[in-house]
Design a protein around this ligand. Structure first.
Ligand code: PMP
Length: 401
């Protein structure tokens, strides 16, 4: 194989080389059919069997119980900004037909640019949005998404149609903690105890990096495939069965009509094959999931993620002491997938990025809205590749202290 760059891009992002090699075979001949995977009917028995296996592997990896369905769709995370609102408003309407529209509230926890966008879309659709927490209020300069708020910062509504959060903010580099005890954990203890919680999590950029904390308490978890597990084009939904509702019945009671391909019931009733799915993306994702299972599943990836991110935050801290780097986020709130920092000193950011490129390391430039550096260490970025970047960061900090 030709030599490949080390890809620290934020998404689409690195995929395991062995999987890509395997995928080239399927492009020519899928499952012994003599037809390539990009050419075969999504209703062929070979592809439908493949899709079922992908679903089972997701269920296995994340230990998803029969209370939740796994659905496949398209349109990326951004389409779910609208779909979660419409489906959960329909559910709320069926549960509480007597409520006036002004009494239907959606709670959003805003910790970065993706959850902010999601809240804006809810408003665009005419919903009443309560910002249950906004991490800018607890930021150093009152305007940056540089932290995960502590529990005292949240105020949830009494009976919201949904409670929304983003597990990992890909642009800003903050992530809810996974252990459930750190101050940066999602405040599950503040949510209603006895109800079926309408909790919606955007897990796009941390999906499959580790088990999901309190997965069964979620109404909906969604993720685009293009970070940890596959090419863009596929969105994976994990939906608690009470959230797959008859949206047309809800519309007859006054809820917003739901476009047919956005309705979770459409997807569920047709085993995610109401219309043509992103066959190629599903195929590669399926290969990645098999690869993950062979390596030891999410326990393996959780350990790997812990090691890679700890080493990166350690070298960043060293560089801070030397006055060369400056982390952008509060300690304890930092993402394990996307590590964001500034390079201090006139012209040094450009020099750092150029030096990385010369060493075959790509995709580390920060998002245009926040600048600086963003290093994304998704599942397919190996520990050895991460160590190469760490060695470079160390050398750079020593040279410029
Ligand atoms: N949510 C998060 C956390 C993301 O990182 C992204 C994309 N980077 C999105 C949503 C939007 O996803 P898409 O581009 O697939 O619509």
């Amino acid at each position: 194989m030709e030599s490949r760059a080390i890809n620290f891009g934020a998404g689409p992002s690195a995929l395991p080389a062995s999987v890509l090699q395997e995928a080239t075979k399927g492009l020519l001949n899928f499952s012994g059919t003599g037809i390539g995977v990009a050419e075969i009917s999504h209703r062929s028995k070979e592809f439908t069997a493949y899709l079922q296996n992908v679903e089972q592997n997701i269920r296995k990896l994340l230990d998803i119980q029969p209370t939740h369905s796994i659905l496949f769709t398209q349109g990326g995370g951004s389409t779910q900004f609208s779909a979660v609102v419409l489906n959960m408003l329909a559910r709320h309407r069926l549960l509480h037909p007597e409520l006036k529209d002004v009494d239907r509230v959606l709670d959003y926890v805003v910790t970065g640019s993706w959850s902010k966008k999601a809240a804006e879309e809810a408003r665009r659709l005419g919903s009443i949005v309560n910002i249950a927490a906004d991490s800018r209020k607890s930021s150093k300069d009152q305007k940056s998404f540089d932290n995960i708020p502590t529990a005292d910062a949240y105020s949830f509504s009494k009976d919201p149609a949904l409670i929304y959060y983003c597990a990992n903010e890909t642009v800003d580099g903050v992530e809810f903690s996974h252990d459930g005890t750190s101050p940066a954990s999602f405040p599950f203890h503040l949510l209603p105890k006895n109800a079926l919680i309408p909790l919606v999590g955007d897990h796009s950029s941390s999906f499959m990096s580790r088990p999901i904390h309190r997965l069964s308490d979620h109404a909906i978890i969604y993720a685009g495939a293009q970070k940890n597990i596959g090419p863009a084009g596929l969105t994976i939904l994990i939906v608690r069965n009470d959230c797959i509702v008859d949206v047309d019945a809800a519309a007859r009671l006054g809820a917003i009509p739901v476009p047919i391909c956005l309705s979770y019931k459409t997807l569920a009733d047709h085993n995610s094959l109401y219309n043509t799915p992103p066959v190629l993306s599903i195929y590669v994702t399926g290969l990645v999931l098999e690869h993950m299972l062979q390596l030891g599943g999410l326990d393996y990836y959780a350990d790997l993620t812990d090691r890679k991110s700890k080493k990166l935050y350690d070298v960043l801290k060293d560089g801070e002491i030397k006055g060369v780097f400056k982390g952008k986020v509060k300690e304890g709130s930092g993402s394990q997938m996307n590590i964001v920092f500034d390079v201090l000193g006139e012209g040094l950011l450009a020099r750092f990025v150029a030096g990385a490129e010369e060493r075959g390391m790509k995709g580390i430039k920060g998002h245009r809205s926040v600048g600086g550096v963003r290093v994304s260490v998704y599942n397919a970025v190996t520990e050895d590749e991460t160590d190469q970047l760490i060695a470079y960061m160390k050398q750079f900090a020593e040279q410029h202290e």
